[in-house]
Write a protein that binds this ligand. Structure first.
Ligand code: HEC
Ligand code: HEC
Length: 352
């Protein structure tokens, strides 16, 4: 463990990657974790760089239920056709399994849709972290012309014409008027429940030695030894820092996204993206922000080469992939919400 960790950071500096580059953005977090891994191994305690996911604690069931309805309600889109679930399908790991999403009038979006599962663990939302939390994020797609193509005002108008929604909002927020902040607050509360505890890996973390096969355990050991956990750690196995994609060797893509640099204006943050969660990774293909890689084994090889300067052999690749598949947890399990019907004065969908 100790040599492995040293080798990541040494490896980086030997390959002419500026410490500062890594330190600046991720340093506080990954170095912090690194130290904690180092010290825990030094004292050989059982601390692992990945923590189990606990089931969601629901404090306001009515708000979560309202958020669930809104999440599934296509009337928050201009066409009356697209809901959050269109692109973050909860039957498909919270994604659309497309390279990039299809929005209003079949507009092909610029970037792959990340999963909503476990997104509450992210340090911020979107690949470049431009929304600080789930509530801020939820306002984005409704008004994005390439996604739901509506406006916040029109979305609220639609909801206000539906008596059952009015009653639910009043019940949850105690207010006569519906506001967009209430809409996004309720959606975020629902999203906070979209965690996936119970994976075989978590069963193993919690002490069940039989939950993983030998191959899967070897894969996890390798995942730590080669240095994947420098970036993919914590309960979501990611989501805790921004890192450069193409740290050792550049990533070649047609996708114009520049990542974090677009938000901060800092040139050195070009191609820094939020490290994605690897929870449920088996379900959330295709991979990377350009959605160009469909095969998990290929994604693992690319990561090892580009991020760590390491070529994995076939056995190593198979072991890591086997480990990654143990990160699939219990998927959200609930009754599909039944949406209250529109009224004669509800604004009509507009597909144009
Ligand atoms: C047309 C497809 C589409 C629709 C509809 C859509 N999204 Fe997304 N969503 C995306 C894409 C694409 C991204 C990534 C955009 C980016 O990072 O620049 C994204 C990002 C997100 C993220 C950030 C996840 C992360 O790891 O950073 C969350 C959370 C999310 N969407 C929730 C929602 C909610 C809630 C709704 C409904 C109000 C919604 N989305 C509607 C396509 C969609
Ligand atoms: C220096 C940080 C870093 C290291 C080390 C690293 N990753 Fe990543 N990983 C990232 C970033 C950043 C992305 C997002 C890349 C993109 O698409 O922009 C990513 C994406 C991925 C993805 C695709 C996830 C998705 O949903 O698209 C997989 C799978 C993955 N990494 C596995 C690994 C494995 C396995 C290792 C070790 C061999 C590893 N990573 C090492 C930072 C890292």
């Amino acid at each position: 463990m100790l040599p492995a960790f040293a080798s990541i950071y040494f490896g980086f500096s030997l390959q002419n990657v500026r410490w500062g580059e890594i330190m600046h953005v991720s340093g506080a977090i990954s170095l912090g974790l690194g130290l904690c891994v180092l010290s825990s191994t030094a004292f050989s305690t059982a601390k692992e760089p990945i923590e189990p996911i606990e089931p969601a604690k629901i404090t306001d069931a009515a708000k979560v239920e309202l958020g669930k309805q809104l999440y599934f309600d296509p009337r928050l889109s201009k066409s009356g056709f697209l809901s959050c679930n269109s692109c973050h399908n909860l039957s498909m790991g919270g994604t659309d399994n497309l390279p990039s999403s299809i929005g209003h009038q079949w507009t092909i979006g610029p970037i792959n849709a990340p999963t909503v599962l476990n997104s509450s663990f992210n340090l911020a939302q979107f690949w470049d972290g431009r929304a600080k939390d789930l509530q801020e994020q939820a306002g984005g797609p409704i008004a994005n012309p390439k996604e739901m193509a509506f406006s916040h005002e029109l979305a609220v108008n639609v909801l206000e014409t539906i008596p059952q929604y009015r009653a639910s909002f009043k019940n949850v927020f105690g207010d006569q008027n519906i506001t967009i902040d209430q809409v996004t607050d309720a959606i975020a509360s629902f999203e906070e429940t979209l965690v996936t505890p119970g994976s075989r890996f978590d069963q193993w973390l919690k002490g069940d030695e039989t939950a993983l096969t030998q191959q899967e355990k070897s894969g996890y050991q390798l995942f730590k030894d080669v240095g994947c956990t420098a970036c993919h750690s914590g309960p979501a196995v990611g989501g805790m820092s921004y890192q450069k994609f193409g740290l050792i060797k550049p990533y070649i893509t047609d996708n114009p996204a520049t990542g974090r640099a677009a938000v901060t204006g800092n040139e050195y943050e070009k191609f820094f993206f939020k490290v994605p969660t690897l929870r449920n990774i088996e379900l959330t293909y295709p991979y990377f922000h350009d959605g160009s890689v469909w095969d998990l084994g290929e994604a693992v090889d690319i990561m090892a080469e580009l991020q760590l300067g390491r070529t994995l052999n076939k056995t190593e690749n198979t072991q890591i992939v086997a480990f990654l598949k143990t990160l699939t947890g219990d998927q959200p399990d609930f009754k599909l919400p039944i949406l209250p019907p529109s009224q004669p004065d509800t604004p009509r969908p507009d597909v144009k």
